[in-house]
Design a protein around this ligand. Structure first.
Ligand code: GRF
Length: 193
């Protein structure tokens, strides 16, 4: 894909495991003129991931990998990425942890979105833990991926206020709306745009 200004968009792959609502927002963003990336590949570890359907609708290639043998699979993924000339990876609800070796091959080029104000609440079940601790605020974070879970350099964060009768579901809804806005902004930031 070529921008009207004449330079090429960087080819990106999005890794998902489930719903793919962030994938949807990234696809929408990638089609805009001011997007520095195009999304050329969707990768999932889960053949039932709802988000895979977005591949067909948007004519984006998708590949499913069974992560039983992680080393082997990661090598296969690396060759697929190479074949498609992918230069950037966006993790969006991807439930597998990538190895140090894999991350090294895409150093500084893998981003992730997490539904908390990192470094607080790394890992799973964030919204419930936030509520259990009576936090006043939660939010979401886009960060670079390093070999430690949810620990790479933070690119951008967005805070949300927790209401009086907040539930896990209401908080999740509030946060994900912000995620959809934050991820594109964070990508622009990584390109200094
Ligand atoms: C998001 O909350 C994201 O922050 C987390 O997993 C969820 C994925 O949602 N890593 P979706 O598949 O993008 O709808």
């Amino acid at each position: 894909m070529v921008k009207s200004t004449g330079y090429k968009k960087v080819k990106a792959a999005v890794f998902i495991s489930g719903t793919g609502s962030n994938l949807k927002s990234l696809i929408k963003f990638s089609k805009k003129k001011n997007s520095p990336i195009s999304i050329d590949l969707i990768i999932s570890n889960n053949p039932k991931a709802k988000g895979l359907k977005l591949g067909k609708v948007n004519k984006i290639k998708k590949k499913v990998f069974n992560f039983k043998n992680k080393n082997k699979i990661e090598n296969q993924i690396l060759s697929v990425l190479k074949h498609h000339k992918i230069k950037m990876i966006c993790l969006a609800g991807f439930m597998k942890i990538l190895s140090r070796n894999f991350i090294a091959k895409f150093k500084g080029k893998i981003l992730n979105i997490h539904p908390s104000l990192l470094p607080k609440y790394k890992g799973l079940n964030t919204h419930q833990r936030v509520l259990d601790n009576n936090e006043k605020y939660s939010g979401c974070t886009v960060h670079f991926v390093n070999s430690k879970l949810d620990s790479g350099k933070i690119i951008l964060q967005k805070k949300v206020k927790i209401s009086k009768n907040e539930t896990r579901d209401s908080l999740a809804k509030k946060v994900i709306i912000q995620e959809h806005k934050l991820y594109p902004k964070a990508i622009l930031k990584t390109f200094n745009l």
